[in-house]
Design a binder for this molecule. Structure first.
Ligand code: GLC
Length: 532
């Protein structure tokens, strides 16, 4: 265990993800912008988070809403310019907030000057910056269809595992690597505190680009064009050679003080954990989606995932948890509704490790149904409306006014606004002492003030009734018990070895009292934090 006083900001802190298109529109074009983020910094500061992760704001044709980058060192005019970005960093830092930006190293936009050059002729010096072949292999794109597109001009195919507008860089080429590492330096010099690295497990592909084997467990009834799910992802990602690249990336971050490397990674625990590096010399935080992906709302299942993660982590590795992001169904929708979302908030903010909150979770936002003709996301367009990620990317709900205070009145927002915005919005919930937003603020304040919660050890406790998750957090003499009832009925539990304590916070926000721990009563969907 690391002593709490030695923890870095990205260990003690809480990350808040902003999808800039959907946070706050200050220009009246229906799309959020960086000035909008600046205007909401006081809100974020008051909420009690420590770091902001901004999804991409780079110049982009927006084929994948910014994950198709046409220039790694600039800001799309839709979002502002470099001067706006610099102001955002300065204003955030003056409030003690860190700035983490998205870095998309696996692929560029097909409009990036590098690709325009690369595709211009087979002997262009940048030809080898991308992955060109005479004949494609069998890989499929995440977004449907083959992962290769034929380019008639030079008679070869290029690789893209997302949209065809997202050609993949050849990270085996040292010039590509050098150019991309320089983009990290560019932003660190501008004051950026860390990076969230997009699909970082994909950078190096099999040297021979071998065919992937068929997936024997492919779900039935896949859309016909879902070639991706029909194959096992063996040769297109998580190659051993990728780790050397991770170390080089980390070395560049280490040229600067106290920067943080977060990476988007999935995969089996044994592969995932390797991304911390054998000696802690790769990523600081490989994003951990294990409480999000494939999980149902069940206490035993959640505990099993946390315990297996804790057991798999080497001493130097710091855990982290994610319950929602711009690619997944909203947590309130996934887990059942606001009652579950409140317990999930307490779980996320009291486990050992860095939590990431997705914008809108603090007001309990749910998936917003998108009429088929309004679907924007290429995944939804190609693989069918039920696969669209637009549902979790809708405008933030600030108040009960027109367009939920996101865009000025009369503007058509880029995605529709949730029907319940008149009641579910920041202004209304801030004024309500029992709202989910108030719960988030209380949790964040308590966490920040409590070394046992932000830095202490974790120990699960075995308790009798099912569907309850109980654990201890401890730092020096400070001991806190978290008891979460996942069930929709009340539960009474006896906490082994404990007699009494004091409830500091309940997810219902109506209970602060001394309690006996030989018969602790929890209401349906209630979580409590108890000082022992
Ligand atoms: C990551 C992003 C996702 C994007 C994809 C391609 O998974 O989170 O939004 O579509 O990479 O860049």
């Amino acid at each position: 265990m690391q002593p709490v006083e030695n923890l870095r900001w990205w260990q003690r802190g809480v990350v808040y993800q902003i999808y800039p298109r959907s946070f706050k529109d200050t220009t009246g074009n229906g799309v959020g912008d960086l000035q909008g983020v600046i205007e909401k910094l006081d809100y974020l500061h008051d909420l009690g988070i420590d770091a902001i992760w901004l999804s991409p704001f780079y110049p982009s044709p927006m084929a994948d809403f910014g994950y198709d980058v046409a220039d790694y060192c600039d800001v799309d005019p839709l979002f502002g310019d470099l001067a706006t970005f610099d102001r955002l960093v300065a204003e955030a830092h003056s409030r003690g907030l860190k700035i983490i930006i998205d870095w998309v190293p696996n692929h560029t936009s097909d409009q990036h000057p590098w690709f325009i050059e690369s595709r211009s002729s087979r002997d262009n010096p940048k030809r080898d910056w991308y992955i060109w072949r005479d004949t494609p292999n069998n890989w499929g794109s995440f977004f449907g269809g083959p992962a290769w597109t034929y380019d008639a001009q030079t008679g070869q195919y290029y690789l893209h595992q997302f949209c065809k507008e997202q050609p993949e860089l050849n990270w085996r080429n040292p010039e590509v690597k050098a150019a991309m590492l320089d983009t990290l330096r560019f932003w660190m010099k501008r004051g950026v505190d860390g990076f969230r690295m997009d699909v970082i497990g994909l950078l190096i592909k099999d040297k021979d680009l071998r065919d992937n084997p068929p997936n024997p467990n492919a779900p039935p009834n896949l859309p016909e064009n879902d070639l991706f799910s029909r194959l096992l992802q063996v040769y297109n990602m998580y190659q051993d050679e990728n780790h050397a690249v991770m170390r080089e990336i980390r070395q560049v971050l280490d040229e600067y003080d106290d920067r943080c490397a977060i990476g988007e990674l999935w995969g089996p625990l044994s592969e995932w954990v390797r991304y911390y590096g054998e000696h802690g010399d790769e990523l600081h935080l490989p994003f951990n989606f294990r409480l999000m992906d494939g999980m149902t709302w069940n206490a035993q299942q959640m505990r099993a995932v946390v315990d297996s993660l804790e057991a798999a982590l080497p001493d130097f590795a710091w855990p982290n948890y994610v319950l929602g992001n711009h690619d997944r169904t909203r947590l309130a929708t996934r887990f059942g509704g606001e009652a579950q979302a409140r317990v999930a908030a307490m779980l996320l903010l009291t486990l050992r490790g860095t939590p990431t909150i997705y914008y809108g979770e603090e007001i309990g936002m749910e998936d917003v149904p998108i009429p088929p003709d309004k679907i924007q996301d290429p995944q939804g367009i190609n693989l069918g409306p039920e696969r669209t990620r637009d549902v979790c990317r809708t405008p933030m709900q600030w108040d009960a006014g027109p367009n939920a205070g996101f865009s000025p009145a009369g503007v058509e927002t880029w995605l529709p606004i949730a029907a319940d915005y008149v009641t579910r919005n920041v202004a209304a919930l801030s004024a309500d002492p029992h709202s989910i937003l108030t719960l988030y603020k209380r949790l964040l304040r308590l966490r920040r003030a409590t070394p046992a919660l932000y830095g202490g050890s974790y120990r699960p406790l075995d308790v009798e009734p099912d569907n309850v998750y109980v654990y201890l957090r401890k730092a020096d003499a400070q001991r806190y018990l978290i008891a979460l009832n996942f069930a929709t009925e009340p539960r009474t539990l006896a906490i082994p070895g404990e007699t009494g304590g004091r409830i500091l916070l309940s997810t219902h926000l109506d209970r602060e009292e001394a309690v006996s721990l030989d018969a602790l009563s929890l209401r349906a969907n209630e979580g409590v934090i108890i000082a022992l």
